[in-house]
Write a protein that binds this ligand. Structure first.
Ligand SMILES: O=C(O)c1cccc(C(=O)CC[C@H]2O[C@@H](n3cnc4c(=O)[nH]cnc43)[C@H](O)[C@@H]2O)c1
Length: 228
């Protein structure tokens, strides 16, 4: 199968460089952006890149970078492939009902989550030895145990949070291009302790993940292994 054209959207230059280090056989079939932090920057950069490539469209968009891990599902050094990309703090506070929060979908303003192709995300997770679980997109990184508990209560299976996935997925969905999100965990979601973030380890895991992913992306769908 020919190399699919893949757009990888990261937040910062260090994440972009970690993905680029794994380029290998993918060569110029892969474009890697550092879009800036947060869902708005991610959506804008992804939409712009997709529109700019209209004459030679991408086959897949991947939101990638480091992220926070929810115990017990994922901890520092682990890799998470999103089964769902969830807008976890986009909605309305609703005191006294719906667990105090009503998401965008329930408000009637679109969707609160995007679901990557199940076969593809399963095959990628298997190839990476990754946890496959929902990944939350937040505009404010969690910094307290209370907020971590609140998110866990609302999304009990979530394994990671980051700040760009839903923005990338919104842009990809509008362009009709499949999306994945891949996060390597640098820190536990909880009380903010920036000094404890294991950024180097997470960036090395990001390089490793993209090196391992290539055979899955180039395999025909029926030839992909889903064995862990
Ligand atoms: O300081 C550095 O050297 C450095 C190198 C690479 C990345 C960073 C970042 O700060 C990346 C910001 C990016 O990371 C995601 N992230 C990471 N942990 C969390 C979290 O606990 N909650 C939410 N987001 C997290 C997020 O996507 C940020 O945009 C620094």
């Amino acid at each position: 199968m020919p190399h699919p054209r893949v757009l990888v959207v990261t937040a910062v230059a260090a994440e972009r460089d970690a993905v680029v280090r794994a380029a290998g056989a993918a060569g110029d079939h892969r474009t890697v952006l550092a879009a800036g932090a947060g869902p708005a920057a991610a959506a804008a950069a992804t939409a712009f890149a997709l529109a700019d490539a209209a004459h030679r469209p991408y086959d897949l968009v991947i939101s990638a970078g480091i992220g926070g891990g929810f115990a017990p599902h994922a901890g520092p050094g682990d890799t998470v492939v999103a089964s769902r990309i969830v807008a976890a703090d986009l909605g309305a506070q609703t005191p006294g009902e719906a667990d105090g929060f009503t998401d965008l979908g329930a408000l009637g303003f679109g969707v609160a989550a995007h679901t990557p192709d199940e076969a593809l995300s399963t095959a990628v997770a298997a190839a990476l030895g990754a946890v496959r679980a929902p990944v939350l997109t937040v505009s404010t990184a969690t910094g307290t145990a209370g907020r971590a508990a609140e998110l866990t209560r609302r999304h009990p299976g979530a394994a990671a949070e980051a700040m760009e996935g839903f923005g990338v997925a919104e842009a990809a969905a509008r362009a009709g291009v499949p999306v994945l999100e891949i996060r390597t965990v640098s820190n536990a979601v909880g009380p903010r302790d920036r000094a404890a973030w294991r950024i180097g380890e997470a960036l090395a895991a990001l390089t490793e993940a993209f090196a391992r992913m290539e055979p899955v992306l180039t395999a025909r769908p029926g030839e992909r292994s889903t064995a862990p």
